[in-house]
Design a protein around this ligand. Structure first.
Ligand code: FES
Length: 336
């Protein structure tokens, strides 16, 4: 039986045996080691990890949402990969941080259009049990009246474990977009599952760079609201980009935060067309600047091309790859 050596970001290492053809996730679960996962069919990348040595295989016909370049670089998906030999795997999160996902329901409190392309949804859990989460995590929401599920990061901080704030990007053919623009109303009940994901705020004193595209700013807002709380002194730079001026939102909120918090530097850009006063014209990655990122924690959230470009730039500016935490928007997962 192949042996799996799992190492977590907090230095914790475990060794487990995998049965032939058993996925890494299944082997870990059988051994009582919870790993981050969501779709468990190779789509969402919530389980994404790095293979440091050994051979992995994917069953024929398995959906693997990694590119060949990423697989060649050692990236892997424990939910669908199985070990062909002894394998060493690095998980990009602390073992003790995982909060078990569970089903719950929320009632919508408000639905507010923030820009041409973004809606803010505030909801409150039904029942009295709090739903704790880490700043940066997401939950899956079922589009009411359908079998479609969509993933949204919380934009609020976890202070009140019963209130959730989400930013939804409106898409022409999006199931959630159609629901929100055509029939959603305060009081609607939405089924949920979470919290999910390992894009969460790491503790420490290192300065932070955040790069967010469009609604990728939601988890950053949740982190910002924690990182800038009294007693926190970390220097934070937030680079936030949208497609055009019509897509801008949160400008006032972010500028107010920057005025109130001396260690926060907010930079905003629009990629196309004219930009309003105080907003740069160009790509969000243009906002990163040329300073050294050595010793920084870097958080990236948005479309894959943006996240990949920002990662290359951050590494070029001296950021350690292990200190770059990325959440790439991948295609929506439909679940029954
Ligand atoms: S849980 Fe592995 S790709 Fe979704």
């Amino acid at each position: 039986m192949p042996t799996l050596f799992l190492s977590f970001a907090d230095g914790d290492c475990v060794r487990i045996e995998a049965k032939p053809s058993e996925t890494v996730l299944a082997a870990a679960r059988r051994a009582g080691i919870p790993l981050s996962s969501d779709c468990e069919v190779g789509d969402c990348q919530t389980c994404r990890a790095t293979c440091l040595g050994g051979d992995l295989g994917y069953e024929d016909g398995t959906s693997v949402s990694l590119s060949q370049d990423e697989i060649d670089a050692g990236e892997m998906l424990p939910c669908v990969a199985s070990a062909c030999t002894d394998v060493r795997i690095k998980l990009p999160y602390e073992r003790g941080k995982l909060i078990p996902a569970k089903p719950f329901a929320m009632k919508l409190e408000s639905i507010e259009r923030l820009s041409a392309s973004v809606v803010r949804v505030v909801a409150r859990t039904l029942g009295l049990s709090p739903i704790p989460f880490l700043p940066g995590q997401y939950v899956n929401l079922q589009v009411p009246g359908t079998t479609y599920w969509r993933s949204y990061s919380m934009a609020n901080s976890p202070g009140d474990d019963r209130t959730f704030e989400f930013l939804v990007r409106l898409l022409d053919d999006g199931e959630m977009s159609r629901y929100l623009t055509e029939r959603a109303a305060a009081g609607d009940v939405v089924q949920c599952r979470g919290p999910q994901g390992v894009f969460y705020l790491r503790s420490g004193e290192r300065p932070v760079l955040m790069v967010a595209g469009e609604t990728g700013v939601a988890p950053m807002m949740s982190m910002l609201r924690q990182i800038t709380a009294p007693g926190e002194g970390r220097e934070v730079t937030l680079c936030f980009g949208v497609n055009s001026a019509d897509d801008l939102f949160f400008v006032e909120e972010l500028n107010a935060l920057a005025r109130a918090i001396p260690q926060l530097d907010v930079r905003i850009a629009v990629a196309h067309g004219p930009s309003p006063t105080g907003i740069s014209q160009g790509l969000v990655t243009d906002l990163i600047g040329g300073r050294s990122l050595s010793g920084h924690d870097v958080y990236l959230c948005g479309p894959p091309a943006m996240a990949d470009s920002a990662r290359r730039m951050a590494i070029g500016l001296g950021a350690a790859p292990d200190n770059i935490i990325a959440e790439r928007f991948v295609a929506a997962v439909a679940a029954a």
